[in-house]
Design a protein around this ligand. Structure first.
Ligand code: SF4
Ligand code: SF4
Length: 313
């Protein structure tokens, strides 16, 4: 139904809500914990707010923070209110049961790279919790200068774990900020985009990155067609709110630099519908529908080999 609404109407379909401004980590690349935030909506206010958005026609919710698992009651309530709910987490608090919802675990590479960015011990804790999750999370990596050379290792490691799939964004800096330590210049980013495509070819659909998505990011592809606020589908299709209920321009905040955007949501949306692309639609269906799974990898032997390698066989 959400896909039909996307196709047949120009209306917003989804809400992206920071359900809390609190977090249990202090990641190197995160501006969030360094900022002052106004008080959050209380539980009942937040639930009423979400219900009003659903009544106004928004069918899907994306829950962000801070760390959403610090408000499990709101996560569960959102999953009951919306047709589809995606919830991002750092994995430290585990993956509470989310009926009709999908957890997305943010990791920033293999243990060494991830823990350099997210803190010592975070990778082990998050992957331990992932193995105990009642339904498989999708793992999402934000690619930056510090972890860009570990994509193959990270993909191999993740595919030995009970994950539903893998997703990738590129770091999106704020306007006027060079962010030389993290941001990958656009022309250099092209090489990484091509590497993601080769990982997809090698390991199959669980690598949620298609040719059509790559086109959206390549400087010689269609990147220049959407990398401004007026042309970005997020601004037309997703209503974004802070944890006190005030609107914001983008999930990345009001200061995000559209001309250097690396958002996976935009890339998937545009890849699926400009023009219609079956493979990218399957990536989106996997996100929206917890029961929808990737096909078996093209190269089963590769996975068996990886598994053996990592387990020392
Ligand atoms: S887990 Fe997310 S919100 Fe918390 S510090 Fe890390 S990047 Fe920021
Ligand atoms: S930063 Fe990216 S996702 Fe956000 S409004 Fe700009 S182009 Fe869209």
């Amino acid at each position: 139904m959400i896909l039909a609404q996307w196709l047949l109407t120009g209306r917003p379909t989804s809400v992206a809500m920071d359900i809390t401004h609190r977090c249990n980590l202090k990641c190197l690349h995160c501006y969030w914990w360094q900022q002052e935030h106004p008080p959050e909506l209380g539980d009942e206010q937040m639930i009423t707010f979400l219900k009003k958005l659903r009544a106004g026609g928004l069918r899907a919710a994306i829950l962000y923070g801070g760390e959403p698992t610090l408000r499990p009651k709101i996560c569960r309530a959102a999953a009951g209110i919306f047709d589809a709910t995606l919830a991002f987490t750092n994995g430290i608090n585990g993956f509470p049961e989310l009926e009709n919802g999908q957890w997305i675990l943010s990791l920033d590479g293999p243990e060494r790279e991830n823990d350099r960015i997210r803190g010592v011990g975070v990778y082990r804790e998050a992957t331990k919790n992932l193995k105990a999750a009642s339904s498989p999370p999708i793992v999402h990596m934000t690619i930056n200068r510090l972890n860009q050379n570990s994509l193959a290792q990270f993909t191999e490691e993740m595919l030995t774990l009970p994950v539903k799939g893998l997703g990738f964004s590129f770091v999106t800096p704020n306007q006027g900020v060079a962010d030389e330590n993290l941001f990958i210049p656009l022309r250099e980013r092209n090489r990484v985009v091509m590497e993601l495509l080769s990982l997809r070819k090698k390991y199959g659909e669980k690598v949620g990155f298609t040719q059509a998505m790559a086109q959206q990011l390549l400087t010689h592809g269609t990147f220049n067609q959407w990398n401004r606020s007026s042309a970005c589908p997020v601004t037309r299709r997703v209503r974004c709110y802070r944890s006190d209920g005030r609107p914001k321009a983008c999930t990345y905040g009001d200061q995000a630099d559209c001309s250097r955007c690396g958002c996976a949501a935009v890339v998937a949306y545009r890849g699926a519908f400009n023009p219609l692309d079956y493979r990218t639609l399957r990536v989106i269906l996997g996100l929206l529908s917890p029961a929808y799974g990737a096909k078996q990898p093209y190269d089963e032997k590769s996975i068996a080999n990886i598994s053996g390698k990592i387990n020392g066989r």
